[in-house]
Design a protein around this ligand. Sequence first.
Ligand code: SAH
Ligand code: SF4
Length: 381
Amino acid sequence: MTANLLDFDLEGLAAFCERLGQQRFRAVQLFRWIHQRGVACFEEMTDLARDLRERLPSVARVQGLPVLAEQASADGTIKWLFDVGDGNAVEAVYIPEDDRATLCVSSQAGCAVGCRFCSTGHQGFSRNLTTGEILAQLWHAEHELRRRLQTRERVISNVVMMGMGEPLQNYAALIPALRVMLDDHGYGLSRRRVTVSTSGVVPMMERLAQDCPVALAVSLHAPDDALRDRLVPLNRKYPLHELMQACRRYLPAAPRDFVTFEYCMLDGINDTLTHADALVALVREHGVPCKINLIPFNPFPASGLRRSPRLAVKAFADRLNAAGIVTTIRKTRGDDIDAACGQLAGDVQDRTRVAQRLARRGEDLAVVRVQRPQGAREVAP
Ligand code: SAH
Ligand code: SF4
């Protein structure tokens, strides 16, 4: 089996090239062809020495993921469903906004944490993605969008590890993937524009601070252990005081001077003003500089939960803001294509559902309108 070069960060690729008797600058050239130009065919990498170009196919390949489906939302969001084999699929979501374009990337097929309100959690855990599979989502989205928009400029400005899976439970594959995102010879994203979102794997938060500090989002969802135990089962292992301490310890290394707490608003469960007050007290007690992002719950069939009413979300946000904690309400994007937070399931069942829905709507997968942040120039693929 040849090596998939998407599995390597630049150091890994340099080591690979060294084993082939090649100097480091060859690795830089290869890396730039792959990640900056989106080229998979060695023959097209014209500035590589001819003998290397001819030798590479026998030892290496650049292998992305097959796209099973692509859907575009009325709001410009695009969701790709990628095949990762054995009946598993993962999703990535492109979210264009006025001043940025974010790609939401998956780290696992399924998730072992099993949060009560999350569609991925309900599906259970299949397996970790490889570094190459994590990067293949960005590689495909970035270069496909550039082709459609007929631009050589970077399209995706931000990456959030908020797709399917718990990134800090796939740490070994995550770190090289983050490094490629940050590398100037790769995607050149700044550390502040790459966010890892975690349900609170405390020991790995500490390692992330050392190995590759990027922006951190922590999925909180409850202000006390009793409630959080029920919503995020990992809380039984790493309770709130440990999690809050880990957040504090993360900050000195972090590219931002605050942690983003995500809080999914569930009707009658965690959305009263009493909960808001307890949340303020929790944050103050531990002295964690933070912003809070309220996510109105995105329903999925098996959840048995309801989204908090708009007014309850607003009142909750007002209470936190009044206490001096900067709080925003996340706009729901792409919910008409089940691309909103927590709706990513990506299993075989979901794939069938996607196919049925597309067939019903008579949508043509090939015709997807691409929205560009700023100046929204739309180009047919
Ligand atoms: N496993 C990581 C990252 C993926 S989930 C984590 O839990 O942080 C990304 C975000 O979506 C998390 O904040 C998660 O709590 C939230 N989320 C999950 N299911 C949701 C749902 N049904 N509605 C709204 N947000 C949800
Ligand atoms: Fe896993 Fe995150 Fe979903 Fe929880 S919210 S089940 S940690 S993906």
